[in-house]
Design a protein. Structure first.
Length: 134
C-alpha cells in the first residue's frame, strides 16, 4: 500500500452542523426557510443540489443571481461560524505511528473532501509523512 485516503467531513473533522447553520441563514436571507433537520440530510451534496432541495421544500424559485448570492453567503457565514475547523477526538492519532509494513517503503496519508482547498484549515489537516528505514 502506497497511500491511505480519508474522507474528511464527519470522519476527521465535523463541520456538518456549521454547514447546516450557514445554509439555513444564507437561504433565509433570500426568503427561503428550511428546517435544519431537513438540510442536515443534504449536507455533503453540492451547493447547487442543496439550493434546489431548499427551493422544492420552501416553494419560491430563486433567480440565478439569488442562487449565486446564497452560495457566496454560505461560504462567508460558514467561515464566521467555524473559522478554524478542529479535528475530532482521535483523528490526529490515526496518522501517528502507522509505519508501512513493507521494508524500504513509505506511505503518505492524504485527505479527500469535496470541499474547497481555500477553506480555512484545509491545508493544515494533512497527515504526516512516514518513512521506514530498515
Amino acid at each position: 500500500m502506497h497511500a491511505l485516503l480519508f474522507d474528511l467531513n464527519g470522519t476527521l473533522v465535523d463541520r456538518v452542523y456549521a454547514h447546516v447553520l450557514a445554509w439555513q441563514r444564507a437561504l433565509g436571507e433570500v426568503g427561503v426557510t428550511v428546517d435544519s433537520y431537513r438540510l442536515r440530510r443534504h449536507v455533503g451534496l453540492s451547493g447547487e443540489m442543496i439550493v434546489r432541495f431548499a427551493q422544492r421544500e420552501a416553494g419560491p424559485a430563486l433567480f440565478a443571481e439569488q442562487a449565486a448570492t446564497v452560495h457566496r453567503r454560505h461560504e462567508e457565514l460558514f467561515r464566521q461560524i467555524l473559522p478554524r475547523p478542529g479535528a475530532l477526538p482521535g483523528a490526529v492519532e490515526v496518522f501517528r505511528d502507522r509505519p508501512c509494513r513493507r521494508p524500504n517503503h513509505h506511505w503518505q496519508a492524504r485527505l479527500v473532501t469535496g470541499g474547497r482547498a481555500s477553506r480555512p484549515g484545509a491545508q493544515q489537516a494533512r497527515g504526516p509523512r512516514r518513512r521506514r528505514t530498515a
